[in-house]
Write a protein that binds this ligand. Structure first.
Ligand code: MLT
Length: 304
């Protein structure tokens, strides 16, 4: 395919790498040098010696890469690739909580804008949120922002009391108990892998006590090693491409086939090509914001 060849040619010419999130379109995942979750992508962005990073993902992920690597050029192929969850919280929301809790600790899910990360003590992803929160001091109030479903999951697993911000990812929040119920009836023998951002929350554990609450990387790892042959998957459907590729011979059934993030899907192969050709769109974070956000992000990258 000519477009793929052109992407690969330009990538070499620009000394670039393409990093793609697991929710990206299959054809975009296929041209990427690395495909992973937010944590893996942030680490890969730090590790690479490439001068240019084309970030096939959404805006906050490219921003994260830019904050961690001020000397590299980070390109986002479409500036409209946003995140409803990151948009749900403003810096004022965090400042208001801090005012009431001067001793408090703010834990920001990586799905936040740089200005919110700059006010956080530590960032987390779904892959390491439990581990990070479990290590926090026990005698101080904790504000977990912005995903309330993930926050409730972390509170339940760690036994810690967390103040939750009422944010949600519109795609995951749309995955509800009734979707799980229907699949349970159809596939009683399948293993259930459920992302903790899902709207069914921990109530899915009443329906299916042995369901696994997993981040996308957790799902890939689990599917590879589990004996089961059939898995019901509750998250954005982009992950199915990786699951089928990395755990061949197993069957993956989306709990909700229309759990599709329209922001993730704005990144097409053609836009990746144009991004490399025209070196656009460069993501820059003002240094005074980046400096503060970097501490919280470095604490995140170090765990898990
Ligand atoms: C991420 O961290 O990339 C998203 O939350 C999806 C995931 O759980 O990996």
């Amino acid at each position: 395919d000519l477009l793929i060849q052109e992407v690969l040619r330009l990538k070499a010419e620009r000394q670039a790498v393409i990093l793609a999130h697991s929710y990206q379109l299959p054809e975009v995942q296929e041209v990427a040098d690395f495909v992973g979750d937010s944590l893996g992508l942030a680490r890969e962005a730090q590790r690479t010696e490439a001068k240019v990073i084309v970030f096939a993902g959404v805006h906050f992920m490219a921003e994260t890469a830019a904050i961690l690597n001020p000397e590299k050029t980070v390109l986002l192929p479409d500036l409209e690739a946003g995140c409803s969850l990151a948009d749900s919280i403003r810096p004022e929301d965090v400042l208001a909580w801090k005012k009431d809790h001067p001793e408090g600790i703010v834990v920001a899910y990586v799905n936040t804008k740089a200005e919110v990360k700059a006010l956080a003590d530590v960032c987390v992803t779904s892959a390491n949120a439990v581990e990070v929160v479990a290590r926090l001091p026990k005698d101080r109030p904790i504000f977990f922002v912005p995903d309330m479903f993930l926050g409730a999951h972390v509170a339940r697993v760690t036994g810690r009391k967390l103040d939750l911000f009422p944010g949600e990812c519109h795609v995951h929040a749309g995955i509800r108990e009734e979707h799980l119920k229907a699949l349970l009836e159809k596939h009683p023998g399948a293993e259930f892998m459920i992302h903790p951002e899902c709207g069914c929350g921990s109530s899915c554990l009443f329906l299916k006590p042995d369901a696994k609450m997993l981040s996308t990387e957790g799902m890939v790892r689990y599917a590879k090693k589990a004996e089961a042959k059939e898995f019901v998957v509750a998250t954005e459907v982009g992950i199915l491409h990786r699951l089928s590729k990395e755990a061949p011979g197993k069957t993956f059934i989306p709990v909700k086939p229309d759990a599709i993030c329209e922001y993730m899907k704005r990144i097409t192969l053609e836009k990746v090509y144009l991004s490399l050709k025209e070196m656009r769109h460069v993501i820059r974070v003002p240094e005074e914001v980046a400096k503060k956000a970097r501490r919280a992000l470095e604490a995140m990258v170090a765990v898990g």
